[in-house]
Design a protein. Structure first.
Length: 117
């Protein structure tokens, strides 16, 4: 099993920045891809960004150019640097991990990000 714990959410004004972090523990050798998803009130969960063990990244169009995902394989952590935040970025952000591309087997509990206008 793999456990994921997020940190770094909070309240920020539009145009500001936040950095989310996620630490993985347990059977981390099972992890190939790590990423972030978000869910706003009344909406379905949506993909934000992902990074594979080889460092390749993928972003949702809505965050491309504003968010940057990074990963430290030695420390089993993944970070999401969020710049130029908009009110529509307000959501609960969850860290996820999995053993292969597109397979999200492990989830964190989520951290709230609120962007005020």
């Amino acid at each position: 099993q793999v456990q994921l714990e997020e940190s770094g959410g909070g309240l920020v004004q539009a145009g500001g920045s936040l950095r989310l972090s996620c630490a993985a523990s347990g059977r981390t050798s099972n992890i190939y891809t790590m990423g972030w998803f978000r869910q706003a009130p009344g909406k379905e969960r949506e993909f934000v960004a992902a990074i594979r063990s080889d460092g390749s990244t993928l972003y949702a169009n809505s965050v491309k150019g504003r968010f940057t995902i990074s990963r430290d394989n030695a420390k089993n952590t993944v970070n999401l640097q969020m710049n130029s935040l908009k009110p529509e970025d307000t959501a609960v952000y969850s860290c996820a991990a999995g053993p292969a591309r597109g397979l999200w087997h492990y989830w964190g509990q989520g951290t709230q990000v609120t962007v005020s206008s």
